[in-house]
Design a protein. Sequence first.
Length: 713
Amino acid sequence: MTDSDVTLPLVLLIDDDPTVHLWAKRHLSFAGFKLVSALNGDEGIELFQVHFPDIVLVDVEMPGIDGFITCAEIRKLPNGKNTPILMVTGSEDAERVGSSFDAGATDFVVKPVNWKVLIHRLGYMIKASSILHQLEKSQLRLSKAQQMAKLGHWEFNIGDKKLYWSDEIYEIFQQNPAVFIPEQHNFLDLVHDADKHLVEEGFDKALRNRTPINLTYRVRTKTKEERFVEHQIDVILNAQSQLIGLNGIIQDVSERKAHEKQVRYLAYYDEVTGLPNRACFLELLTKALELAKRNKRHLAVLFMDLDGFKAVNDSFGHQVGDLLLKEIAKRITDGLRRSDIASRCSLGEEHQSTDIARLGGDEFTILLNELARPEDAALVAENIQKWLAEITEIGGHQLVIGASIGIAIYPQDGEGCEILLKNADIAMYHAKKTGKGRYQFFHEDMNIKIKQRQLIEKCMHQALPKNELRLHYQPIVNAISGLLIGTEALMRWESPQLGFLAPLDFIPIAEENGFIIKFGEWAIREVCRQHKEWQTQGMGHLTIAVNLSSPQFNQAGFIPMVEAIIAEFEVDPAFLVFELTETIIMANNRKVVDTLWKLKEIGIKLSIDDFGTGYSSLSYLKNFPLDSLKIDRSFIKDLPINLDDVAIVKAILMLASTLSLQTVAEGVETPLQRDFMVNNKCESIQGFLFSKPMPVDEFKKYWQAEVANKLSE
């Protein structure tokens, strides 16, 4: 260990995953921390006694003794009482968080770990711990005058009414000993007006009860600076136990108070928006519930999740995302302050700024206390959505953001903090599932749907290991001849527990929880394997389109993964078409462009799926190496009756022709729709007019029937 290492804050990481240690070493070393690693609880406890770290990170789930036991054992050690311990959990469920604090944890963090945020939290927690250690040491010193800086001594003689101050007290109050006379009324003049009564009562109590008194109050110095002091008052008795005077010490604790205020701010307020965080909101909600119970009134908890925020982060980066969060926080805070309903639903002047909190990510909560009518919560939700609907320009990007809001009402939707928050969250989830940009009151039936979602997520873990995923293939035909030219591979899931699941039943969930990355890799591999097999059966000329999700496209190792699969099956990538959503390409940043060109260099064709439903424009399209556009079915279904759709489809076809892009119309179900697309020079068609998506065996029969028809002509 070098001399410089000795001065670095030391972090003990206890986690059985070696990958976590590699990430920790990379991020923490760069941020100026020194890392000691342990792969299990027993090793962590042993290393704690050897290295005496400044802070400990403990994973909850480990073989042998788990994180809860490890935390509890460290707390029993001589140096483990006040060392900050941060538990790393896989979720924020109340039981796990409660167990963490029961074991002695200082705080917790949820996986996957945001290392940049964690580094700030580690620094603040170490600073706070250092302050506590200093205070603890100071309490062990024998003489208070020798223990602490900025501490002065005073004495008061009851007989002659004379008050003596040491030089340190004059310095604390910024008074000149040659001018200022330390008398009772002069002293009280220096005390903050709001604290004068507290000080007078303290002296009276010491005199009346002949007992020591400790006070903390504010004083104003000669320069009108406000300082905090701690004041200890002791009684002086003579040999006959008669009270003859008072003495004591005054310590300037302004710096400590400032540290405590900063630590509290870090513990209770969000770093990005400055809004109260989850811990602060739960305290506020607890007080509000007590008030509501006492007054027999309603209150509402609104749980808000931003629509499309992840796409903003993925496309423009976290810096733009953070600026957007700040703007949203400002709009809602300003709006709530102006709103008549919201202003009536507050805890009083001291809490006017805490109606809204940020729980984390893009999740916010709003508390409406003393609600006159439950319906008023809906009016606030409508106002919030209106405030957010305005276009926001950040970093040169014009962004449109919406919000899905869930509403839980006390007492009918729950009588405790966690259950109200949970039910508001459930209601928000249902609002988002019904189309986003909506609000939804909680009702008990929602719990059934949430349990179904939880079951789906549980079963997802077995989908790949047990070979439960399937690909169905929908024909893509030449618009004029009707001949089969390709197919789109569409994922299905045959679960023993859940039955047959269509994409909308599980793909959105997989995108939220990250399973879509593994599912997407499986789909690309399966398509390449199938193409290799079809080559031997005479079907090798068919293109196969595969949908890419945003998380899949943006993963770090996407290009090497695709190259490895193509090499594994030794196929010509020209058959493969990657269908991209407009959300993926709307970022138009260097990373997106580079990835698209690398795919093009590999030989893969690129298509925009569901064109016209997102934010693409001519300026975007011309920057990308695209091969085709797929016109969304929503524009096809009412052709040729709906004149607006007619105009839109013609414009898309003209745009594609100008950019030399092929076109595919999806969702074609009637001969009239087909004829319209043919007459307007759309090259390819896909839809139920020709076939629904089919399992691979049925698709092969479809192709064989087409071949047979051609031979018979």
